[in-house]
Design a binder for this molecule. Structure first.
Ligand code: UD1
Ligand code: CA
Length: 511
C-alpha cells in the first residue's frame, strides 16, 4: 500500500457553451436537481480532495455565486480568456503552487459521471504510479469528441480532437471523457510547454498525454463501464438526452429500493429527492428539490412537488405544491395548490381548487372545495365550507386568522383577518366575519332574506323562467306538472329555505 495521496480536484467551467444559446453559463443549467457543475462536484465528493479549484470565466460572477451556495469549500480561479482546456488547468495550478500529489481534472459539462467511476479512475492511476490517466469510453457515435489513439501494443499514444483527426483516427469509437487524473509535478512540467498548434489555436489539455508518452512517462487509460456516464452537454438537445438518461437511472434506483413508479417515462425525480418503501408515484409527476415522500403515500397522476414533504399514507392527486408539508394519511387534490409553509397535519384534507399558503391545518381538519386559506391556523377536525376565503391582506399588511378545534365554517364565508373563530363555534354560510366568534357561538352576518312574490311574471314575462314558474305554481295548486323534470327533491329544497337568516346545519357547509 502506498501512502495516501494528497488530492486536488480541478473542475473546468470557464467555457461559454456557445451552442447552448443561453444567457446562463452552460455549467449552471439545471439537470434534475443540480446544475451541471453541481453534478460534477458531487461526483468528485468521495475523493475527499484537500482542495477543489473551479476554473471560471464566462459568467464568472454567476458561477462564483452558485459555488458559494453549493460548494463553499471550492475556490474559483478566473480564466479571463478561454484559451483552451490546457490553459485552464495551467491557470488553476498557477493559482495553487502548493498543490502536489494527484490532480483530478473534470470537465464541468459531464454531469452523469458516477462518483464510483471517478474513484476507480483515481485508484487505478495512483496504484499504477502513472503520470496521467484518462477516463475513456466506447461510444456508439464519437462525433465531436477527442479520440483515444493507441499504438500497435494497445498503449495510449495520444488523444486527438475530432477536428485534428485523420480519417483512420476518426473511425475510433474510444473517446476521451474529459476526466483525468494527473501527477501534479509531472503535469506542471508539461503544461508549460503546450502549443496552440491545432485547428482551434487553443492549448489542449489532451496534448499533455502525447508529451508525457514521448518523455517516457507512464500514462494510463481507464475505460468506463457505462459510456453514458461520459456524455457531455454541448447544446440543449444533448441536455434533454442527459435528462432522460438521468431520469431512468434515478427511477431505476427508486424502483429497486421498493418504490412503485407506475409510468417511469413520465416521472421526473430530482437526484435530491427521497422516497420511502412502498411509496407510489403515478404518471406525469415531478418530484423536485428537497421533496420527501413517505411510505405508502400515493403521489400523482399529474403532480408537481417542490421541496415538499409528504407523510406516510398521504394522497396527492393532480396538484402543485411548493415548500409544503403534508402529514400522514392527509389528502390533497385534485387540483390543489399548496404554497410555502402550508402545513397539513395527519388525516387533514385539502380538496379541489383550494389554495393554501403559510397556514396550518390541524389533525383531521378539512377544506374540501374552492377555498383560499392564507396565513391561518385551523384547529383539529374543523370543517371549512366550500368557497371560504381567508381574507389575509388589507392592501398593506398580512394578518392571521385562527379557527378553533372542531369549528364549523359555512360555505361562501369570508374570514377577515385578524379574526378568530373559537373552538366548536359555527359560522353561518355566506357570512363576512370580521369580529371574533366565541367558542361554541354561531357567527352570522347575513341580511334577512326577502322574497318578492310574482316578480318574474311582472318583470320577465314571456321568458322560459316565467313559463316554468307558472307551471310550478299550477303544480303546487294540484294540477299535474306538464314536465317531469322538476323533481320532488328540488321542490322540497325550495320550500325548506331558512327564513330570517338562522341557518340549519344543512346550509352552512359542505362535506
Ligand atoms: C473536450 C476534450 C475532448 C473530450 C471532450 C469530452 C480538449 C481539448 N478536448 O472537448 O477530447 O472528448 O472534452 O467532453 O480538452 N473550458 C474551460 N476553459 C477553456 C476551455 C474549456 O474552462 O479555455 C471548460 C469548458 O467550460 C468545459 C470543459 O472545459 O466545461 C470542456 O471544454 P469544451 O470546449 O466543452 O471541450 P470539448 O470540445 O467538448
Ligand atoms: Ca464539451
Amino acid at each position: 500500500m502506498s501512502e495516501p495521496h494528497s488530492r486536488t480536484v480541478v473542475v473546468l467551467a470557464a467555457g461559454e457553451g456557445k451552442r447552448m444559446k443561453s444567457s446562463l453559463p452552460k455549467v449552471l443549467h439545471p439537470l434534475l436537481g443540480r446544475t451541471l457543475v453541481g453534478h460534477v462536484l458531487t461526483a468528485a465528493g468521495p475523493l475527499t480532495a484537500a482542495r477543489t479549484l473551479v476554473v471560471v470565466g464566462h459568467g464568472a460572477d454567476q458561477v462564483r455565486d452558485h459555488l458559494a451556495a453549493i460548494a463553499p469549500e471550492a475556490t474559483a480561479v478566473l480564466q479571463a480568456e478561454q484559451l483552451g482546456t490546457g490553459h485552464a488547468v495551467r491557470i488553476a495550478l498557477e493559482a495553487a503552487p502548493e498543490v502536489t500529489g494527484t490532480v483530478v481534472v473534470l470537465n464541468g459539462d459531464v454531469p452523469l459521471l458516477r462518483p464510483e467511476t471517478v474513484a476507480e479512475l483515481v485508484a487505478a492511476h495512483e496504484s499504477e504510479g502513472a503520470a496521467a490517466t484518462v477516463l475513456a469510453a466506447e461510444v456508439p457515435d464519437p462525433t465531436g469528441l477527442g479520440r483515444i489513439v493507441r499504438d500497435g501494443a494497445g498503449r495510449l499514444e495520444q488523444i486527438v480532437e475530432q477536428r485534428d483527426a485523420t480519417p483512420v483516427q476518426l473511425a475510433v469509437r474510444e473517446i476521451n471523457a474529459g476526466i483525468y487524473a494527473f501527477d501534479a509535478a509531472r503535469l506542471r512540467d508539461v503544461l508549460g510547454k503546450l502549443s496552440t498548434d491545432n485547428d482551434q489555436g487553443e492549448e489542449y489539455l489532451t496534448d499533455v498525454f502525447k508529451m508525457l508518452v514521448s518523455a517516457g512517462e507512464p500514462v494510463g487509460v481507464h475505460l468506463a463501464g457505462d459510456h453514458t456516464e461520459t456524455l457531455g452537454c454541448n447544446d440543449r438537445v444533448e441536455l434533454a438526452a442527459l435528462r432522460r438518461l438521468l431520469r431512468d437511472r434515478v427511477n431505476e434506483r427508486w424502483m429497486r429500493a421498493g418504490v412503485s413508479l407506475l409510468d417511469p417515462e413520465t416521472t421526473w425525480i430530482d437526484v435530491t429527492v427521497a422516497l420511502d418503501r412502498d411509496a407510489v408515484v403515478d404518471q406525469n409527476t415531478q418530484l423536485r428539490g428537497g421533496s420527501v415522500v413517505g411510505s405508502g403515500a400515493v403521489v400523482g397522476p399529474d403532480v408537481t412537488l417542490i421541496d415538499t414533504v409528504v407523510g406516510p399514507g398521504a394522497t396527492i392527486l393532480r396538484s402543485h405544491a411548493v415548500g409544503a408539508e403534508v402529514g400522514p394519511d392527509a389528502s390533497v387534490g385534485p387540483y390543489a395548490y399548496l404554497r410555502p409553509d402550508a402545513r397539513l397535519a395527519e388525516r387533514s384534507k385539502v380538496g379541489t381548487f383550494v389554495e393554501v399558503k403559510n397556514s396550518e391545518l390541524g389533525a383531521g381538519a378539512k377544506v374540501p372545495h374552492l377555498s383560499y386559506v392564507g396565513d391561518a391556523t385551523i384547529g383539529a377536525r374543523a370543517n371549512i365550507g366550500a368557497a371560504t376565503i381567508f381574507v389575509n391582506y388589507d392592501g398593506v399588511n398580512k394578518h392571521r386568522t385562527v379557527v378553533g378545534e372542531a369549528a364549523f365554517v359555512g360555505c361562501d364565508t369570508s374570514l377577515i383577518a385578524p379574526v378568530e373563530v373559537g373552538a366548536g363555534a359555527y359560522v353561518a354560510a355566506g357570512s363576512a366575519i370580521s369580529n371574533d366568534v366565541p367558542p361554541g357561538a354561531l357567527g352570522v352576518t347575513r341580511a334577512p332574506q326577502r322574497n318578492v312574490e310574482g316578480w318574474v311574471a311582472r318583470k320577465r314575462p314571456d321568458t322560459a323562467s316565467a313559463a316554468a314558474a307558472e307551471r310550478a305554481q299550477r303544480g303546487t295548486q294540484g294540477a299535474p306538472a306538464p314536465t317531469s323534470s322538476a323533481s320532488e327533491g328540488e321542490a322540497i329544497h325550495g320550500t325548506a329555505a331558512s327564513v330570517g337568516g338562522t341557518p340549519g346545519a344543512g346550509d352552512t357547509a359542505t362535506e
